[in-house]
Design a protein around this ligand. Sequence first.
Ligand code: SF4
Ligand code: SF4
Ligand code: SF4
Length: 255
Amino acid sequence: MLSAMLAMAARIDAILPQTQCGKCGYSGCMPYAEAIASGEADINKCPPGGEEGIRELAALLGVEFKPFDEGVVLQPPSVAFIDENLCIGCTLCLQACPVDAISGASKQMHTIIAPLCTGCELCIAPCPVDCISMLPLPPTARSEQSARDKKHAAAKATRERYQFRLERIERDKRDKAEKLAKKEQAATQSAAAPNTDAQSLIQAALERAKAQAAAVKPQNIERLTPAQQAQIAEIEARRAKAHELTRPGVTPPEE
Ligand code: SF4
Ligand code: SF4
Ligand code: SF4
């Protein structure tokens, strides 16, 4: 049941213009297609699709054509234009464009790539200096645009650009997360490094202390008896041997 609904949504989406403008009241063409497929939305809410789009949807779904919904505002096809003298290079329009139809970089002038612009108007509201306006397309371009197969080809190309953008945003997010993880790992390793240094310093100090202790000779033994001196000599010999065996690289003899 769900898969049949999704299959129908995909067929409806293939008819929709893919501008992702949200003028249907949904967040993009696919959400609107899913709403139509599930019976939640009517077929007459997409202004960029025109009446021709409603007819195609009606034919696909086997329902009667109906005029645009009362709330729909119809506008002539248009393209965005940036007044480059006013642009401050904030990149907000670039981030809002769903089909990457704006070129520019931070603190640099931005420009609309007119052949890619679908006229969705999503870049207008974010511009802090109101330097983007919509220009109507010339009539020749308008009549060309109304040709059905040309329109479908444009929708297909727009869908691909939209998908590419979504994938790029996901890839950027992944790259950022990986970089952050690497940074955190490097920070953890460098925090651990001083401990290793401290351990080797402690080890070296212990070695030095052992060596010094080994070098100290018993004092004032002249007044001891020969037996006591022999006992001390034996202890010293044992200590020297023990020190020799604890030196790094010396393997203790097997018992
Ligand atoms: S193009 Fe049509 S279906 Fe797509 S978001 Fe705009 S109004 Fe909705
Ligand atoms: S440039 Fe503006 S109007 Fe054109 S597609 Fe991008 S967001 Fe939409
Ligand atoms: S939002 Fe306006 S000011 Fe900012 S980069 Fe785009 S056109 Fe320029």
